[in-house]
Design a protein around this ligand. Structure first.
Ligand SMILES: Nc1ncnc2c1ncn2[C@@H]1O[C@H](COP(=O)(O)OP(=O)(O)OP(=O)(O)O)[C@@H](O)[C@H]1O
Ligand SMILES: [Mg+2]
Length: 447
């Protein structure tokens, strides 16, 4: 036998590597171009025939119940595609059939250069002489089907090294098929989630709207009763009406929050911006919470601010952000604690603006919750949150408002020691007043 030169061997290896690179590139192109699954199958069988030099190739995928191997795509010696031809039964029993053994992981590969001996009449009558089958793998442990190749009269005998490249290719193809399937499922799920989210938003917005009108009237009448406009009341009656009024106002706030959130989500929440004195807005917010803080025995102090220049903002919305931060500080700080607020002119990320700070000596927030507290309806479970009311909407809305000013809200906290919330607003926000890309701001919040 003539000895093969090392140069010849290297050349062959190089040729093989080039073929493989071409095939993988084709596979990647198929995945990236979001071909339909059938297109992907065609690409795979064609790559096997053209890239690895077989006459025919076929992909057989395991059905969901793993009881049959379905012929998903084939290519014959004339380059014609065919599919859906032969479903093969599969059994977990070893030795049931070669396909079955490969699909169940009992055999890593199978090949023959004399198919006549293997009594495969259908193939023999088509002129097949050599046949090889390898599993389509996803990772090490999962098999999703079988890749089969045939050679006709080309006299090219199969060798073990051919099988190795075939196995390697089949693993890449298996992963490509699987990621394609996952991509399709994900796209479907995302569509469905978007639809559900729209239904939820519509529902919230309709319900909140329908609740507001009757609630306004209830609150109005309760107020009249409290003002004794319809005559005197006993002390008990007064107590009851006061409780009813307090709860109706609370319900009204929740409905308003829901409505605000659904407006933001639908992109309808416009900011009415004008020149705003930050110190004045902060002092209004402090004023709103002063009595509540005093009732709970908390010290509420404002750090003296050097003069801060006005900013362009929606004053009532900005005030509602600060009121929510302050009301959280009041709710989540045990009696005797201290709350500090401050407002300074500063520069963040090259933008000139104002930073508001609300810090407390309260229960604090564990690190793992810090980012999530800005999500709607998210509340941290602890002994205080169980006792104080709330729906978990305040920070979600605050974040949307801050983002609509092109600003940034963040928190630092240590359980048992307290929390510090910071809101930075640039002196001039975006022109539209619409919320910015939520992903962009989410990174900055809760860090
Ligand atoms: N200063 C704080 N100290 C400790 N925990 C806080 C503080 N601020 C917020 N949290 C936690 O973050 C959660 C979300 O706050 P958020 O203001 O969104 O909702 P809420 O205060 O529970 O209800 P709502 O504001 O809708 O009335 C709170 O439930 C609480 O667990
Ligand atoms: Mg709150």
């Amino acid at each position: 036998m003539p000895r093969r030169s090392p140069v010849g061997r290297l050349r062959r290896q190089l040729r093989l590597a080039q073929h493989e690179t071409m095939m993988f590139r084709q596979l990647m192109d198929g995945m990236l171009s979001q071909l339909p699954l059938r297109g992907m199958f065609k690409l795979i069988v064609r790559a096997v025939v053209e890239g690895l030099g077989y006459d025919r190739a076929g992909i057989f995928l395991l059905a969901n119940d793993r009881k049959t191997l379905e012929h998903s795509m084939g290519i014959d010696e004339k380059g014609r595609f065919e599919w859906g031809k032969y479903p093969f039964p599969v059994s977990k029993k070893r030795g049931f059939s070669i396909f079955s053994d490969i699909a169940n992981g009992h055999l890593d590969f199978f090949f023959t250069n004399n198919i006549r001996k293997k009594l495969d009449r259908a193939r023999v009558s088509c002129g097949v002489t050599c046949n090889a089958n390898v599993p389509l793998r996803v990772g090490k442990d999962r098999i999703i089907g079988v890749l089969a190749v045939d050679n006709l009269f080309t006299q090219r005998r199969l060798k073990k090294r051919n099988i190795h490249s075939l196995q390697y290719f089949a693993t890449q193809a298996g992963m490509a098929i699987e990621s394609h399937r996952m991509h399709v499922t994900l796209r479907h799920d995302v569509k469905e989630l978007r639809r559900l989210s729209r239904v939820k938003d519509d529902f919230l917005s309709v319900v909140s709207h329908e609740l507001r009108t009757p609630l306004t009237s209830i609150i109005g009448y309760l107020k009249l009763l409290l003002q004794k406009a319809v005559g005197p009341m006993s002390e008990d009656q007064q107590d009851m009406i006061e409780t009813a009024h307090r709860n109706a106002v609370r319900l009204f706030q929740i409905v308003n929050n829901l409505l605000d959130l659904s407006r933001f989500q639908a992109g309808f929440q416009d900011m009415q911006k004008g020149s705003v004195d930050p110190v004045e807005v902060l002092s209004n917010a402090v004023q709103t919470l002063r009595t509540q803080a005093a009732v709970r025995g908390l010290i509420l102090e404002t750090e003296p601010a050097p003069s801060v220049e006005p900013i362009e903002a929606d004053a009532p919305k900005l005030e509602s952000v600060l009121v929510n931060l302050l009301s959280n500080a009041v709710k989540y700080t045990p009696e005797g604690g201290r709350i500090k607020v401050a407002c300074i002119g500063t520069c963040v990320g090259g933008k000139d603006g104002v930073e508001f700070t609300v810090s407390d000596t309260g229960v604090g927030i564990p690190r793992k919750h810090l980012k999530k507290i800005f999500d709607a309806f998210y509340q941290v479970e602890n002994h205080m949150t169980r006792n104080v009311g709330g729906t978990g909407l305040g920070l979600a809305i605050a974040k949307k408002i801050v983002e609509a000013h092109d600003g940034r809200i963040s928190v630092e906290s240590e359980p048992g020691k307290g929390s510090t919330f910071k809101v930075f607003l640039p002196r001039k926000g975006p022109v539209t007043g619409k919320p910015t890309d939520p992903g962009k701001a989410a990174k900055g919040s809760g860090e």
